[in-house]
Design a protein around this ligand. Structure first.
Ligand SMILES: *Cc1c(COP(=O)(O)O)cnc(C)c1O
Length: 383
């Protein structure tokens, strides 16, 4: 019996052809035609004017926050239910995350909770918004597009405008989705993608910041390229060496050509699981939201009741049958480095995270493989 992995890259001849071109032209490093093209194409499909490619999604988030002036003594609003990289990017600037819950309907940032928390903040004499207890400056909002589904961006934009805060969206796995019919780059000041191996499209590793503020994006490019001001080793600020190489972008450009077929595959996989699993009484399906499309980055289900023994038994049963399934993100407030961060009540995140199972959902998963997964799940639940 063949092994069915959770989520693996889907690369082939097109990627090989572009990589060969890098070798043939000797453009393998941090400048090259593929980098320029990849930035242009990703920005364009995001509805944004500019893109700056990075070595990782974490670097993209870090540079976005750094360019906005976020630093020591600052807070960035973040849903606790996210991959730890979102929080790490905040920490890398010297700031701390202020942790919020997610809404049950979307698993994205709970806008009502954000609204009431911001209303509790005070303004200091200089006009900065301050946390009511820690008095740290509140500097930005970072929604996370969980499972490739955008947050409630209309609600968040309203709050961001009311309180004068920029939005840096962690859209790591959400490339190509729409919100209210418009591409997602239009809803945040800066939107950040990841092109890690398990994301919707991959560069092997990589990330990008997109946005439409020319000055800001120029600054991001500058600071992520060692802040060089001339070819004579002049640098005007402490910069970072975070840029994507032409080799990575070569893979990314080939992947972009397949994006719509990848998105179709992810959606088909999700619908097939939903149809195949919806009658199992012990489980619930992942949430779907009507006004937004999703990349359906991961498919899966969650147990109606918390039962660590049953969850582990399920994971082991699937592994024994050559099928990889995994739990999902452990929230940031339960992670050692972030245990002391300011936080609002995190009831839903705490309640849901250790009941979730993600299922095999690579874009090259075959129908037969998916049928195998579904029938194994039925066997486990004794149907
Ligand atoms: C993958 C991911 C990241 C980090 O991206 P890397 O390219 O691995 O640095 C950040 N946030 C979320 C939500 C992610 O899924």
């Amino acid at each position: 019996m063949t092994y069915i992995p959770l989520a693996i890259p889907n690369v082939g001849q097109e990627e090989a052809r572009n990589l060969q071109q890098c070798v043939d032209t000797n453009f393998v490093s941090s400048v090259g035609a593929f980098v320029d093209r990849f930035e242009r194409e990703v920005a364009s499909l995001s509805g944004s004017e500019y893109g700056v490619a990075m070595g990782a999604g974490t670097q993209a988030l870090h540079m976005a926050l750094h360019a906005l002036g976020v630093g020591v003594g600052d807070l960035v609003l973040l849903p606790s239910f996210t991959f730890i990289a979102s929080a790490n990017a905040i920490s890398h600037t010297g700031a701390r995350p202020w942790l919020f819950d997610v809404a049950a309907e979307s698993w994205t940032l709970d806008v009502e909770q954000v609204r009431s928390a911001l209303r509790m903040c005070n303004r200091d004499e200089a006009g900065w918004l301050r946390h009511p207890e820690t008095h740290e400056r509140v500097r930005a909002i970072m929604p996370v597009y969980t499972l490739g589904t955008p947050a409630d961006m209309v609600g968040l934009r309203e709050l961001a405008d009311e309180f004068g805060l920029p939005i840096v969206a962690d859209a790591a796995a959400a490339i190509g989705v729409k919100y209210n019919g418009a591409p997602i780059g239009e809803f945040a000041d800066l939107t950040c993608y990841s092109f890690n191996g398990n994301k919707t499209i991959t560069c092997g590793g990589g990330g990008m910041v997109v946005g439409s503020d020319a000055e800001l994006l120029k600054k991001i490019k500058h600071i992520s390229t060692t802040a060089r001001t001339s070819k004579n080793y002049d640098h005007d600020v402490v910069g970072f060496n975070y840029r994507m190489t032409n080799l990575q972008a070569a893979v990314g450009c080939a992947q972009l050509e397949k994006l719509s077929s990848f998105l179709d595959a992810k959606k088909r996989i999700r619908q097939f699981y939903d149809a195949g699993l919806k009658h199992i009484p012990e489980i619930e399906l992942f949430p779907s939201v009507q006004d937004r499309t999703s990349t359906y980055w991961f498919s899966g289900f969650y147990f109606k009741e918390r039962n660590a023994a049953l969850l582990n038994k399920f994971i082991n049963f699937m592994a024994t049958n050559h099928c990889e399934v995994r739990p999902f993100w452990k929230p940031v407030h339960l992670q050692h480095p972030y245990a002391d961060c300011p936080k609002q009540s995190l009831g839903y995140s705490t309640d849901i995270y250790d009941r979730i199972i993600t299922l095999p959902c690579s874009t090259n998963l075959t129908v037969e493989e998916q049928e195998t997964v579904i029938s194994l799940i039925h066997t486990f639940f004794g149907e």
